[in-house]
Structures are given as C-alpha cells and as structure tokens.
Design a protein around this ligand. Structure first.
Ligand SMILES: [Cu+2]
Length: 145
C-alpha cells in the first residue's frame, strides 16, 4: 500500500518535469480574430510579419472594433497571459503603447521564452465598455520548421 503511494507520487513528479513536452490540446481555438468574452468588441491580434523566435522581443498589433465592425478609438488595454500547461505567466510585461491608426494599436514587448501553447489575454477598456478576450497561440521551434 505504502509502496503504491510512493510510486504514484514519483509518477506525478515525473509528469510535472516533462510538462515542457506536453502537446497543446487538439481542439485549441487558434483564431486571432474573435469576439470579446461579453460580445462587446471584435478583436484581432496581428502577429509580427516574421514568426517570432524564442526569447526574441517582438511587436504585435491589436485591432479593435465594435461588434458591428466599426474601428474603436481611444481604448486602453491591459495585457496578461502565460502557458496554461506550465502554470507560468509571460516572461515580460507587454503593453499596448499607442494607437497607430483608428482602432489599430501597437502591442510592444512581447516575448515567448519557450515553445508550446501560450495564452495572450487582453482586458479592454473602451468607449463601449470593458470586456476581455483570450487568444491562443502555439509557438514552434523555428529550427524545426
Ligand atoms: Cu512554459
């Protein structure tokens, strides 16, 4: 009895240690253009032209529109995220720094420190109210492509 408990404890530890190799869920929604959780906004996350490599700083864009598709100006964002399968957050504190054109904002300071499934969460505070949205992205090892 005691032996079995020890064995399963060891298994859990090994499973945690190998979590870095865990594959992302198969049904993961990888859409980068979706409605916010409360349906207030249509939000698009625009990745950098060049696929980001590990541990490199990169800038993304956020395109914010009303549910009807009208660009939303003057919104504020808080950026959060991390790796759900690893239980850690983003290695940097990305910020939406400026509005580049009507409804399109610069998201600077993004960095992915390892391959796998990352969540990028935006808390939106705009003229139509507050809402939030979560995007999923899978970072692959560039050398493996
Ligand atoms: Cu991780």
């Amino acid at each position: 009895m005691l032996k079995r408990t020890t064995a399963s404890a060891v298994f859990v530890v090994v499973a945690l240690m190998t979590a870095g190799c865990m594959a992302p869920p198969k049904d993961l929604d990888l859409s980068l253009d979706k409605k916010s959780a409360g349906g207030v906004y249509q939000v698009a996350l625009l990745p950098p032209a060049q696929a980001p490599t590990i541990n490199q700083m990169h800038s993304w864009k956020v395109r914010l529109a009303t549910a009807e598709g009208v660009p939303v100006r003057g919104a504020k964002f808080l950026v959060d995220g991390g790796m759900p399968q690893h239980g850690h957050g983003l290695p940097t504190q990305p910020r939406v720094t400026r509005e580049m054109e009507a409804g399109t904002y610069a998201l600077d300071g993004m960095k992915f420190s390892m391959t796998g499934w990352w969540e990028v969460k935006l808390a939106i505070d705009g003229p139509q109210g507050t809402d939030k949205v979560t995007f999923n992205t899978v970072v692959n090892n560039p050398t493996a492509r």
